[in-house]
Design a binder for this molecule. Structure first.
Ligand code: SAH
Ligand code: SF4
Length: 384
């Protein structure tokens, strides 16, 4: 499947009629919009500032705009973010929001507070077209791409919830963004790129590209472009050291096998020893957790500026896998350390609210099933 056919087949549904959604619009789009409203183009700069610096959702509060224009905006547009359906806080402080989109599809976003930083895990798609066997999101049948506004809207919603407007210079609680929620961000590149450009704009949400990490399961043809255009940190979901095992765990490997993936990593723009690629490796009992696997991993990564993130497998109902034992994980990490590979073991966060890596999966699936069971409309099935 080509990139473009993939994108269009899963395009977000644009509600007809209704107010124009401003969140996610670029400077150019805002310029065209204000012109359509009969205003001079420079008003777009003011509107941009209210939207993305102040996070203002109420046009009445946009005090530098003429009153008449504010009123017309209120009739024609909205600065709404996705609607928060549930807001759960884990015993460890991790916070998970279930968000409802205009077509009633749902995605999740997770905020992970740590002493030195606060990270928002952002979704790029409703569900995921890929079917990694250990990932709950990959079992979700309903799939569509998020729009740029829906990706950016998650970050803006988190800022709303944390009370972080206008864009703070320092002392932020939300410091880092990881594209590690539901979906494969490089299969929805255009929308993700557009959203991240606004997130990184110093006059917008003001996140440094060094504080943004995009995680991919290995969409090789999009990696170079992502590095060139966005310059964000890259994380690669490796999870296996042979094509045989990776073909099983991450079926996308059949299309872009290990050698091609690692070549694309070597060529990723801007990587060096100070700015390494993170290789994520989910520890699965008896599948990829042996000392021999660890040694092979060292060999594969020997000429790539790399660090490894060992992720204890987070189970979900019906999974065929179990997490590797603590001893196996420790031995594995020790082998990597002995070869100068930084290999922190990721502490699972928010497990009591199903917010940990790979556990995200919205209610939409169950609702769709209820509709089907009742003889209602069919759902959009995942391809492949
Ligand atoms: N689609 C992208 C980003 C989202 S997943 C990707 O695959 O990289 C974020 C990370 O969580 C990935 O490394 C993914 O492989 C991992 N993951 C998925 N399911 C998991 C599970 N059940 N336990 C632990 N990690 C999991
Ligand atoms: Fe999709 Fe990533 Fe889950 Fe694989 S691990 S199914 S690519 S979300």
């Amino acid at each position: 499947m080509t990139q473009s056919s993939h994108s269009s087949a899963f395009a977000p549904v644009q509600p007809r009629g209704g107010p124009t959604r401003l969140v996610g619009m670029s400077r150019e789009e805002l310029g065209a919009f204000v012109q359509e409203m009969g205003e001079p183009r420079f008003r777009a700069k003011q509107l941009w500032h209210w939207l993305y610096h102040h996070g203002e959702t109420d046009f009445a509060g946009m005090s530098t705009l003429a009153k008449g224009f504010r009123e017309r905006l209120a009739g024609a547009a909205t600065a709404e973010r996705p609607i928060v359906k549930t807001d759960q806080v884990s015993s460890d402080g991790t916070r998970k929001w279930l968000l409802v989109l205009p077509d009633l599809q749902e995605v999740e976003a997770v905020y992970i507070p740590e002493p030195e930083r606060g990270t928002l895990c952002v979704s790029s798609q409703v569900g995921c077209t890929l079917t990694c066997r250990f990932c709950h999101t990959g079992t979700q049948r309903l799939v569509r791409n998020l729009s740029a506004g829906e990706v950016l809207g998650q970050i803006m919603m988190a800022r709303d919830a944390l009370g972080e407007w206008p864009t703070p210079r320092d002392g932020r609680r939300l410091t880092n963004i990881v594209m590690m929620g539901m979906g494969e961000p490089l299969y929805n590149y255009d929308a993700v790129a557009k959203a991240l450009k606004i997130a990184m704009d110093p006059e917008g949400l003001g996140f440094s590209r060094r504080r943004i990490t995009l995680s991919t399961s290995g969409v090789v043809p999009m990696m170079q472009r992502c590095g060139e255009e966005l310059g964000v940190n890259l994380a690669v979901s490796l999870h296996a050291v042979t094509d045989e095992v990776r073909d099983y765990l991450v079926p996308l490997n059949k299309k872009y096998p290990l050698r091609e993936l690692l070549d694309a990593c070597r060529a990723y723009p801007g990587i060096n020893n100070a700015r390494r690629i993170t290789f994520e490796y989910v520890m699965l009992k008896g599948v990829n957790d042996s000392p021999a696997d660890a040694r092979e991993l060292v060999r594969l990564l020997r000429d790539i500026p790399a660090k490894v993130n060992l992720i204890p497998f987070n189970p979900w109902p019906g999974t065929e896998f179990a997490c590797a034992s603590p001893e196996a994980i420790e031995t594995f990490a020790d082998i990597l350390y002995a070869h100068n590979l930084s290999a922190p073991v990721r502490t699972p966060r928010g497990q009591d609210i199903q917010a940990a890596c790979g556990q995200l999966r919205s209610e939409s699936q169950r609702q769709a099933k209820r509709v089907r069971d009742a003889g209602g409309a069919a759902s959009t099935d995942r391809a492949a």
